[in-house]
Design a protein around this ligand. Sequence first.
Ligand SMILES: [Zn+2]
Length: 366
Amino acid sequence: MSLSPPDANRAVEARGQLYCDGAEAPRRVDLRLGDTLQIFENGAFVSAWALADVRRVGSASGPLRIRALTAPPKAWCEISDAAAVAAVRQRCRLLEGDVQEKREARWRIAAIATSGVVVIAALVWIVIPAIADRLAPLVPAGVEKQIGAAADSQARSRFKGGACVSPAGEAALGKLVDKLKVLAGIPLDVQVGVLASPVQNAFALPGGRVYLLRGLIESAQSPDELAGVLAHEFGHVAHRDGLRAALREGGAALAIGVVTGGAFGAGAISAAARASLSAAYSREAETQADDFAAAVLTKAGRPARALGDILKRIEAQEGSTPLDFLRDHPLTRDRQDRLENETTQATGEPLLSAGDWLALRAICSR
Ligand SMILES: [Zn+2]
């Protein structure tokens, strides 16, 4: 045999409970708990309390003493009938009053905060890296320039030798860069500098600044090889690869900084700059930059495989770092094959005269 569960909406009655109307001495009443708590005295209706208005007063142990927000301030009712106590506890949702409301509010706030954290975490680790390529075009050029400027000072601080500024060398470099800009055929706002480092490397920063390191210039055997490396870096600039890398790595900080602006924006710019220096380019970005360089050299009537030649020479050396600074994107076999298959012959004018080439090679000597 089993008892059927009590019906939550069935009226519960309790006789002989204690009631005080706040004015006279407490007296015995009968209670009827349905949609409201009704109080009867000797069969005559006395009062009805809305269940949402009922609050507990006094200690939690012993008979349950309650009051109603809408009843006279000193009125109370004391229930000792166990079934009625259970029904009041079950049906009067705000019996514990402020404490209960505050607890519920705290839970609501905690739930909202937790969901906010989850959303931000998802943005940081999943969404932004995945859509970095789509976000890049939305970043204003001015913000990209700021990231580039911050990355520039961070990069320069890594190379204690400073910039190479021999006038003849700079003039020769300027000639080469100007030719490549025209050949690239896009409004590239690039500035090229040389840093006095023996490392055989080159890199592009967000916003268009490109650096050649002294070691790379010294290892180049022809203007074509150097032009190939420069055009490869121009390809990264054109495709905003530094910015894309920064968005992938420092995406959340940058995105929040761009949105909020102000002081936090400066921190975000700095974080994005760091990210742009350390983040690796994708293999697709590398291949794209190689193709860009090959197209520029071909347009100049110069052998595009010159880029492959210098990359192979650099990579063959022990302890070398991959091109583009500290990025982890070695010259893979397929990249090498693509470059070696370039069969353009040297049909165009040399990109630099012999004199300019010598001056450029000596740009870091005083
Ligand atoms: Zn590259």
